[in-house]
Design a protein around this ligand. Structure first.
Ligand code: AMP
Ligand code: ZN
Length: 476
């Protein structure tokens, strides 16, 4: 039975979906005014682990993510400029150009990290009608009020506003006030804006008509509405980084439950932060580390995934190049071990042993996604006395969840090693045949080119045409 820590109850709970026929999961997506840093991506990697594991367990899963392309202001207390506008000004582009560019960049990073694209990805700017509908009802129900042109949510109305207070309520309230000009429209200091018409920044680029005047939505209402639009009234799991617990998720719960009139989300998963020596990694301050930067320094992005999976999602993780180098060395060793299995006598898959290996792996992940223990289960499987075929079957199975590209990396390494083992004479013969084939193709003598290829194939040499030229691989 999968047990997950629920930040709303502060307990490890059995995961029981509202409707086992369709598990629903919502993830706060990126604010697309800049590249995602590797801290953001830690959150998405660990959420991806949950996504993959639920599917591995056989749950039908629908996962939704928003793209925040409007309304996320520089301060969580509804003040400051819209982050998107800030990005647009920085790069002398329109907000929509910025959104498109950084949304694509985000998914490119995800692709490199083997983070699955959620089933539905919805930009906030596509759902203005939805936001207006929900805000209207909140006003009718008396949970929202209009003041100074904006629509606010009244946080004194829900029976219990603070949900995730591992913290002291007073500290949270101070956090809201800190460094922020008091908004005299607010009835309570934690009230938040659902719809802005009066902003301190008159040049907000994206604005829409609403019953309350031309304006734009607040950030929190986006996630509630996008989730309800695609996943209905009952949500099984809501994910995000720990900084989102307050005020973002707290406000999401307040407004969603006020709107629905019942409990909304069963389970809250918060990923703790990636830190550097100088503190929490953030887009607006400190060192800005991206996947591309790591690649430019020669790191395989999957090494970063491996680095993240080696620690628990509810512990903060310290990034340093030294730590990443250690992960790179361990990853390389793991790949080499799997590669050496490929050269061994394979034997047959021993089903009973494989099932035991899988049980150990599941036991680790069932325990609040203990990914480092799951990796230990992989090492143990590789160390066991099982046949190479059994071990390789275990790697294949576990990597459906870990997604570290282990078999591909090992097969590549194995291919390279085999190539290095080719006797010099044979190598010269193959390279000369490749030249003759290229010449034949140039002269449009395709029959000859095919003949050369087929002759090599019979000798156990397969030609692989790539953009850079023709490569080869031994098949015997
Ligand atoms: P944002 O693009 O700023 O809206 O953030 C995207 C996601 O990254 C959110 O779930 C944040 O909570 C999360 N996040 C932000 N900073 C970090 C960090 N240093 N470590 C881990 N997750 C983070
Ligand atoms: Zn959100």
């Amino acid at each position: 039975m999968l047990k997950l820590y629920n930040s709303a109850t502060r307990e490890r709970e059995d995961f029981i979906p509202h409707d086992p026929k369709m598990v629903t999961m919502y993830t706060c997506g990126p604010t697309v005014y800049h590249y995602a840093h590797i801290g953001n991506l830690r959150s998405y990697i660990m959420e991806d682990l949950l996504d993959r594991y639920l599917r591995y367990l056989g749950y039908p899963l629908k996962r939704v993510m928003n793209i925040t392309d409007v309304g996320h202001l520089s301060s969580d207390a509804d003040t400051g400029e819209d982050k998107m506008l800030k990005g647009a000004k920085r790069e002398h582009k329109t907000v929509m150009e910025i959104a498109r560019f950084y949304t694509d960049a985000f998914f490119e990073d995800c692709r490199k990290l083997n983070i699955r694209r959620p089933d539905v990805v919805e930009p906030a700017t596509h759902c203005i009608g939805e936001f207006i509908k929900v805000i209207k009802k909140l006003l009718e129900l008396g949970y929202a009020y209009q003041a100074g042109g904006n629509i606010y949510f009244d946080t004194s109305k829900p029976e219990k506003y603070y949900i995730f207070n591992d913290y002291n309520e007073e500290d949270l309230a101070v956090g809201v006030r800190e460094g922020v000009e008091e908004d005299s429209n607010k009835r309570n200091k934690t009230d938040f804006v659902l719809w802005f018409t009066k902003s301190k920044f008159e040049d907000q680029e994206l604005k829409w008509n609403s019953p309350w005047g031309v304006g734009y939505p607040g950030w929190h209402i986006e996630c509630s509405c996008i989730s309800m639009k695609h996943l209905g009234e009952y949500l099984d799991i809501h994910c995000g980084g720990i900084d989102n617990a307050f005020p973002h998720h707290t406000n999401e719960i307040a407004q969603s439950e006020a709107y629905l009139g019942h409990k909304w989300c069963g389970h809250w998963m918060h990923v703790h932060h990636l830190n550097t020596n100088s503190g929490k990694m953030s887009k607006s301050s400190g060192e800005f580390l991206t996947v591309s930067l790591l690649e430019s320094k020669g790191y395989n992005p999957l090494v970063y995934r491996f680095f993240c999976l080696n620690s628990h999602y509810r512990k903060s993780l310290m990034f340093s190049y030294e730590n990443l180098d250690n992960a790179a060395a361990a990853y390389e060793k793991l790949v080499s071990k799997i590669c050496s299995l490929m050269g061994e006598q394979q034997g047959t898959v021993e089903e009973e042993k494989l099932e035991k290996m899988k049980d150990t792996f599941k036991e680790a992940l069932d325990n609040d996604l203990n990914s480092s223990l799951a990796i230990t289960a992989l090492y143990d499987a590789l160390k066991s006395d099982a046949t190479a075929a059994t071990k390789l079957a275990a790697v294949k199975d576990f990597d459906r969840v870990l997604m570290l590209g282990l078999l591909d990396a090992a097969a590549k390494k194995y291919g390279e090693q085999k190539q290095n083992d080719i006797p010099e004479e044979l190598r010269v013969e193959i390279l000369s045949a490749i030249d003759r084939r290229a010449q034949a193709k140039k002269e449009r003598n395709f029959a000859l080119a095919d003949k050369i290829r087929d002759e090599l194939k019979e000798k156990g040499v397969e030609l692989i045409d790539t953009r850079e030229g023709t490569d080869f691989r031994l098949t015997k």
